[in-house]
Design a protein around this ligand. Structure first.
Ligand SMILES: NC(=O)c1ccc[n+]([C@@H]2O[C@H](COP(=O)([O-])OP(=O)(O)OC[C@H]3O[C@@H](n4cnc5c(N)ncnc54)[C@H](OP(=O)(O)O)[C@@H]3O)[C@@H](O)[C@H]2O)c1
Length: 282
């Protein structure tokens, strides 16, 4: 049975992994900020030495893009140096390192989906700190999976929950029609991560749901599936509080998965329908 250590385990992706995992296949060790701060090297090394994980899945991060801009030191400390600490621990204990990364490592100026082999060029502190994490993981471990995803939604605060919360109190909502991505459920991402760690096909992967939409179309589908009748206006990013400083084109192509024909994600609308049914309507 593989021993898997998940950091940042209370977040969207960490929680989703815990929900989908088959207990007979993996022994899961969860830590979050309260139990283990990934920025403290001694704690990270001690945990790995005592518990001897086969796989470390790093879900710990500062994911709020605005907070990263306001406090870059903390963003680099957690997102980049935290990943470095875990990568060093992974090397010392011969564990496989899984680093969850993001479309924000690209500048979002492309007009077609980014492949794993495309040049990175982050524009936000969040994106820069996440790219630094990728570099550390590559530098310190040989056995690693870097998994980039985008527009992830799970059990906590995210675009889906924000739209639904606002729909309760505001009759008219705005969403950007000039920001594009592929909404990806944390559950789908979790299932993919658990599949990938059983293999030795190490490297960098793009892992998002199929299909592309704007924030406006995403919001429209959320409201429709949740049975809400709020008026929804398509606006430009500058006018939408829900869009802030994200790259405008956050679309990743799962190019390696399609080359090797090893895994396919469902369409974003199908995953969203399942999510709304399971988490919101029921
Ligand atoms: N959400 C997305 O759209 C998205 C897209 C692509 C990639 N990703 C990546 O996927 C990973 C997981 O994202 P997520 O959406 O699950 O994030 P999340 O919900 O924000 O969870 C991150 C978790 O890390 C914890 N954490 C923060 N600082 C820590 C520290 N120093 N030590 C230990 N734990 C710490 C957080 O605790 P607190 O809540 O107490 O701070 C939180 O429980 C991240 O690496 C993120 O960059 C996310």
């Amino acid at each position: 049975m593989l021993k898997v250590w998940i950091t940042g385990a209370n977040g969207q992706v960490g929680t989703a992994i815990n929900r989908v995992v088959e207990p007979l296949d993996f022994e899961i060790m969860n830590t979050d900020m309260d139990e283990l701060d990934v920025t403290v090297m001694e704690e990270v090394l001690r945990f790995a030495q005592i518990n001897r994980p086969d796989v470390i899945i790093n879900c710990a991060a500062v994911t709020d893009v605005k907070k990263c801009e306001e406090n870059p030191k903390n963003a680099y400390l957690v997102n980049a140096l935290g990943a470095r600490n875990l990568a060093i621990a992974a090397r010392k204990s011969d564990a496989v390192m899984v680093q969850i990364s993001t479309d924000d490592v690209f500048d979002g100026k492309a007009t077609e989906p980014y492949k794993e082999f495309d040049e990175t060029n982050p524009i936000t502190v969040y994106g820069k700190s996440k790219l630094s994490a990728e570099h550390y993981v590559k530098e310190f471990t040989q056995k690693h999976f870097i998994i980039r995803s985008t527009w992830v939604y799970g059990h906590t605060n995210n675009f889906v929950s924000t739209i639904l919360k606002r729909a309760e109190t505001e009759s008219v909502l705005n969403a950007a029609s000039d920001q594009f991505g592929s909404p990806t459920s944390a559950k789908e991402l979790a299932q993919f991560i658990l599949t990938l760690i059983r293999t030795n096909l190490y490297g960098t992967y793009h892992a998002t749901s199929e299909g592309i939409c704007s924030r406006y179309e995403f919001a429209q589908e959320i409201l429709r599936l949740a049975g809400k009748n709020n008026e929804l206006h398509a606006v430009l990013s500058d006018e939408s509080e829900l869009s802030n400083i994200r790259p405008p084109y956050a679309v990743l192509e799962n190019f390696i998965l399609s080359c090797e024909n090893t895994y396919s994600f469902p369409h974003w609308k199908d995953s969203l329908a399942e999510f709304i049914k399971e988490e919101v309507v029921s």
